[in-house]
Design a protein around this ligand. Structure first.
Ligand SMILES: *[C@@H]1O[C@H](CO)[C@@H](O)[C@H](O)[C@H]1NC(C)=O
Ligand SMILES: *[C@@H]1O[C@H](CO)[C@@H](O)[C@H](O)[C@H]1NC(C)=O
Length: 222
C-alpha cells in the first residue's frame, strides 16, 4: 500500500497517523518516569521527543548560534526535486525504517526534528534542489539496525556550529526560503562567516499541532 503512485494526500494521512502512534509512545514513556524529576532539559519545541544536544553560544534579535554535539541520523536523498514535492516521499522512506523496515525489524521511537539538508539548484528558489532528509537517532540506540532499503543510510554528523532562525506556522518551501534569506542577510550584516552553498530546514511538529508550531532554518558556521 505504500508503493509508488500513492497520492500526496494519502501519504500525509499515513504520516499523521504515525505521529499519533508516537504521541502514545511519548505518553507511555512519561508515565514510567513518575516520581523522578522531570527529565527534560530538552527545549520545549522538541515536544517531549528526544532531540540532538546543543549549547546556545549566542543569541541576537534575528538568530541564535548553537554548538551541536556529534550525532547519528538515518537519512535518504533525492536529487533534482522540488522541496514541497520531495518531503512526503523522503519522509515515507525514513518512516518505514523507524517503523521496522530494517535488519532487525526493530521499531525506533520518533525523535525531533525532521531535518533537511538543501542544496538549491541553479534556478534558485523555484528550481530543483538536492535534498537529504534526516531523522535523529538517540544515543541510547547504541547499535542501530541497518536499513534494508538501499536508498536509506545511517549517517554521522560531526560537531557543528549553526546559526538558526525560528518561525511559526505550517511551513512550506516559500516560508523556509524567505527565512533562509532573512537569516543570510542578518549574518552578512553581522559579518558572520557561514557556508551559503547549502542550508538546513528543521521542523518539529506533527501535522495535528495547530498552534505554537516551531520551524527553523540553519546555516553552518565556517
Ligand atoms: C545534485 O546532485 C547531482 C548528483 O546527483 C549533481 O550532479 C548536481 O551538481 C547537484 N546539484 C547541485 C545544485 O549541487
Ligand atoms: C554575538 O553576535 C553578535 C553579532 O554578530 C556579536 O556582535 C557578539 O559579539 C556575539 N557575542 C558573543 C558572545 O559571541
Amino acid at each position: 500500500m505504500f508503493g509508488l503512485g500513492l497520492s500526496g494526500q494519502t501519504t500525509r494521512l499515513v504520516v499523521a497517523v504515525f505521529f499519533v502512534v508516537c504521541g502514545y509512545l511519548v505518553v507511555a514513556q512519561d508515565s514510567s518516569n513518575e516520581g523522578q524529576p522531570s527529565s527534560t532539559d530538552e527545549p520545549a519545541f522538541c515536544n517531549g521527543l528526544e532531540c540532538p544536544k546543543f549549547k546556545e553560544i549566542n543569541k541576537t534579535q534575528n538568530y541564535e548560534e548553537r554548538d551541536y554535539a556529534p550525532s547519528r541520523w538515518v537519512s535518504t536523498r533525492l536529487d533534482a526535486v522540488k522541496y514541497d514535492e520531495a518531503v512526503d516521499v523522503l519522509m515515507m522512506k525514513l518512516y518505514h525504517y523507524i517503523a521496522g523496515k530494517n535488519s532487525r525489524n526493530q521499531a525506533i521511537p520518533m525523535t525531533a526534528p525532521v531535518l533537511c539538508h538543501v542544496v538549491l539548484g541553479r534556478d534558485g528558489a523555484h528550481g530543483e534542489s538536492n535534498i537529504t532528509m534526516f531523522l535523529y537517532l538517540s544515543p541510547s540506540l547504541t547499535d542501530p539496525p541497518e536499513p534494508t532499503d538501499n536508498a536509506v543510510v545511517l549517517t554521522d554528523l560531526p560537531e557543528q556550529k549553526v546559526f538558526t532562525r525560528s518561525f511559526g506556522g505550517f511551513a512550506k518551501e516559500d516560508d523556509y526560503l524567505k527565512n533562509t534569506m532573512a537569516l543570510a542577510e542578518a549574518l552578512v550584516r553581522d559579518s558572520e562567516d557561514f557556508d551559503n552553498s547549502y542550508f538546513y530546514t528543521a521542523s518539529y511538529d506533527s501535522p495535528f499541532k495547530p498552534l505554537n508550531r516551531h520551524n527553523e532554518v540553519w546555516y553552518v558556521a565556517k
